[in-house]
Write a protein that binds this ligand. Sequence first.
Ligand code: SIN
Ligand code: MN
Length: 200
Amino acid sequence: MSEISIRGVQIIQGALSPEAQKTLVAALREVTRQAPLFSPMTPYGKPMSVQMTSAGRFGWYSDRSGYRYRDRHPNGQAWPSIPVGVLNLWRQLVSAERDPDCCLINFYKEKARMGMHQDRDEADFSWPVLSVSLGDDALFRIGNRTRGGKTESIWLRSGDVAVIGGEARLVYHGVDRIRPGSSSLLAKGGRINLTCRVVT
Ligand code: SIN
Ligand code: MN
């Protein structure tokens, strides 16, 4: 395990052991069985290249009416609860006082990417965002608190965890690409990113 900071984003490399990663993937399979992955539409009318679903009180959602949190999956059911392995990471690295309201689950197939954006649909930015990487490596880009300017990139590997808080809470960030086949964690390949947030 080693820790680095890039522009205030704290990255704990190897935070999850291979065993812990496998346990988490099994728990996430159960979440996606209850709350299947879907491909959200951006407000601009383009489908996102990642597939997503959520666990927790709220799930993050996007369609032609904009980005927001919803208390139900598009299938009408409440979101499943957040797996305990994720809650434990949050309690260790972010807060033992309050659990996250949302654990967004993004699935990247080999061509998926995530454009530069801020996480800013939450009510209180004093709460950090916790991000967990599982499966194939991802080239993660970190920019500034306003759009544009110089950026720095780092490959996030399976088991790495990032805490995006404090000065870094509102930095623009995104995923340029994944490296297909770089991990054997997921039988069919791809990458899972979990993003936990306090919403209200
Ligand atoms: C996100 O910012 O929503 C995802 C980041 C990642 O996939 O690592
Ligand atoms: Mn984000």
